[in-house]
Ligand binder design. Structure first.
Ligand code: ADP
Length: 191
């Protein structure tokens, strides 16, 4: 069993690669962005709370996000492990995840970080806006806000895993298959 954090800025390809990794390794995929969007669509209380943050490109507060993620983990049998996509996004979330997994006798085996230059991210997100229907993809100001939030609050999460010797940087440019190949080798290398 391997628990993986798939990391990278908005538009890095985490969702696309997660789908391929789930097919190959039979992981449980937990995307906090997807869970928030499902709650917004279902008009739940959590969705109503999250919507204003998502629409502006801001992070949903840690306490809400951490509780939601823990519920999602508890709701799944963890056969081959989890891919965490979009979580942890702050150092506080990373610390909470370590503590939560450790209570269950588990841990994160590795963080795989997709590395993509900012100009390319803006191009990809603008393109995704044509089909995603996502409010946060449609507005260049919101896209920039998400990139800024990533640089200020999320990028430091990499240090958390570097300190534990669990960080691998993955070249995020190239074909979807090539990038998948790099991730697959990195995961196999985790043992
Ligand atoms: P992206 O393509 O920007 O990586 P996601 O689908 O992962 O998009 O997330 C969309 C939005 O959901 C974020 O901009 C944020 O508002 C919210 N969100 C997702 N994950 C988290 C998290 N771990 N903590 C706080 N907010 C989150």
């Amino acid at each position: 069993m391997r628990n993986i954090v798939l990391f990278g800025p908005p538009g890095a390809g985490k969702g696309t690669q997660s789908a391929l990794l789930v097919d190959h390794f039979d992981f449980v995929h937990l995307s906090t962005g997807d869970i928030f969007r499902a709650n917004i669509k279902g008009e739940t209380e959590l969705g109503q709370l999250a919507k204003s943050f998502l629409d502006k490109g801001q992070l949903v507060p840690d306490d809400v996000t951490i509780r939601m993620l823990e519920d999602a983990v508890n709701a799944h049998a963890n056969g081959n492990g989890f891919i965490f996509d979009g979580f942890p996004r702050t150092t506080a979330q990373a610390e909470a995840l370590d503590a939560f997994l450790s209570e269950k006798g588990q841990s994160i085996h590795g963080m795989l970080a997709l590395e993509v230059p900012e100009d390319e991210l803006r191009i990809r997100l603008a393109k995704r806006a044509e089909t995603s229907g996502r409010v946060d993809d449609a507005d260049p100001t919101v896209i920039q806000k998400r990139i800024d939030v990533y640089n200020a609050e999320t990028a430091p999460v990499a240090d958390h895993y570097k300190e534990q010797g669990k960080y691998s940087g993955i070249e995020g440019l190239g074909s979807i298959e090539d990038i998948f190949g790099r991730l697959k080798s990195a995961i196999e290398g985790l043992g």
